[in-house]
Design a protein around this ligand. Sequence first.
Ligand code: ADP
Ligand code: ZN
Ligand code: ZN
Length: 755
Amino acid sequence: MEKTYEYANIIIDISHEKVDRPFQYRIPERLREKVDVGTPVEIPFGRGNTLRKGYVIELTDEPNWEPDKIKEIAAIREDAVSAEDISIRLAAWMKSHYGSTFSAALKTVLPANKKQTRQIHKFVSLRMNLREATEYYYECVRKKQKARERILKEILETPEERIPYELITSKLNVSAATLKSLSDQGIIRIEEEEYFRKPVAGDSSRYGAKVLSPEQQAIVSSFTGDYDEGKRDTYLIHGITGSGKTEVYIALIDEMIKRGKQAIVLIPEIALTYQTLMRFYRHFGDRVSVMNSSLSPGEKYDQMERARCGDIDIIIGPRSALFTPFPNTGIIIIDEEHESTYKSENAPKFHARETAIELAKLVPGGASVVLGSATPSLESYYRAKEGEYKLFELKRRLTGGTLPTVEIADLREELRSGNRSIFSRRLQQLMEDRLEKGQQAMLFINRRGLAGFVSCRSCGHVFKCPHCDVSLSEHRGGRLVCHYCGYEEPMRKICPKCQSKYVSSFRAGTQQIEDEVKKFWPQARVLRMDADTTRAKGSYDKILSSFANKEADVLVGTQMIVKGHDFPDVTLVGILAADMSLYASDYRASERTFQLLTQAAGRAGRGEMPGNVVVQTYQPEHYSVQTASKQDYEAFYEEEIAYRDLLRYPPVSHMMSVQIQSKDEEEGMQFSNRLRAMMEMQSSDIGKAIFIGPAAAAISKINDVYRMAVYVKMDDYEGLIAYKDMLEKYIKDQEALGKLRGITVQFDFDPVNGF
Ligand code: ADP
Ligand code: ZN
Ligand code: ZN
């Protein structure tokens, strides 16, 4: 029998501030077996003991004050399920499934704090006539007024439409001042509208609706057929970029709106481009809204309110948009479902895909989940093959355009024949050709981890941060910088270990590539996109739109450049060191490499002109390089799943990483060993598992805090939860006894991000 508790900590108002200040109540005998974390209850409150609604957030045997002054829970509420109930249940599931405190889980699912602002929609539209506006546009082009040029170009494309104001400021990166000045000059009109409710299923103007291809239609019919039969399921659409997935999402949402339902659409932040958002706005008008990190807390709150009261039917946004409180969610769509940003890096370390599937079960009437990707995660493809998800394939590119020709350049071979530059001979040849023809090229470097580290070529000494276990990177102006804590020191010319003067940086960062391109081809106009050049707000969109407007010939960048935007004039993609990510020390390295290479290669030849891709690598025979260059997902999957099976990695099995951080290395190690020993002792009860570690984490120290991990592998996820629950309880007891100074523990299930 389950253990029961005497007391329950209860919150009455569901809001961020209240989560940390619960009230304690006694659980009467008759309710003991029914009350759990997340249970909605009725409790006597205040002097008059009026009955109020509350939620249990914690169970305990420790009274907070004199036991005979603690009131009793009156009843368990059985009334209809509210949006709040759903949030609470989802938080309870997240706490149990991923490990964290209930209040951390609750804070994750609750929308942003309340900020009372008037709710206004602003729209921008054209005021002058088309001819005048076109003239003005060319004037801006002549005067090189880039921001004005960008906005006029967009408006002139759809002169009769109203464009949401925030889309222009955030995605087109046009300032409010510029908009105001355009409006003062009488060129555009800015309208403000206080929002008002509209009947559900209003006949939103069907701009840009396409006649679906038979393959697309088959997906929509199958989905709606299931839905109308009462089947709620998870669907995976495997289709290359340009195969029409987004169009299918739009058609599916249409069907759900017809049925009085709402839709949540998750798109990685980085792929939330103006073009993508406009497609939704064009189709659904102001029934759609967007959530992203550039919104203020007040704006975020407003979007949540609009969802709650039925002012919108569709929300688009990154991971956190999942927690939009629609009254009747019918479909949750996750585009680019393989993206690692769908996994939270903070406790609870939840995955948006699994959480969406759980949420779909909790909402009234149930919802269905649609996943889409050109390179599905091993998880999803495995589940689809096992029959757990329904699989659909979209194999044709609807935009026309041919798949690019991919060639592999063996860097060892290049060196042997005397080419010491970072560009293979084939890439040099093609670069020259494209620059001559006025076509664009993208040079992609996978810079995870290794970029710009500085070492001594004589003794091999690597310059590291004294507080973190990472190498320092060289920056302009002769500084060495730690990317984790910001520590800086001047670049040194002499090796502190062997006194040699052969100190140099590993020349493979984006900045170095930019410099090399300029050296090789002085006439080329180069743009660079990486963590450094995109730090300022809006700079990401600015670089992309400037490249799209052909203000540069070459775009050099990290993984950021391989997502989002379509560039029809890009006919060459160079992947400079394809295997860099293979050196990463986690079990997803090959998967990540395959995804990046496939995506990068897919950037070439989007338009009319055929494209070329050159993959430079030191491991030309590696299966992720081979299969990616053939764009053969199936072949990659077969190799990779065999490896996961052999070593019992997810998705074939499950894995829990117990992550320990300690100010003192020795104490941390002792404590980690104790955690492992405790789990082993329980394994006859809980079930056999494979234990690994404790071992130093991939980054073994950050800010002078030591990091280590114990890994547990087990086929049965519930078994892992049982181990976690046991450890959580032990840790809590140790904390209560004051024995855990300077040590914290977090859990990560089926980890995606390195630790
Ligand atoms: P994905 O989301 O898979 O990248 P999209 O839905 O964006 O694919 O479609 C790629 C391009 O093809 C877009 O320009 C879209 O407008 C167009 N397209 C999609 N479906 C159709 C269709 N049924 N008929 C004509 N064009 C289509
Ligand atoms: Zn040295
Ligand atoms: Zn540091």
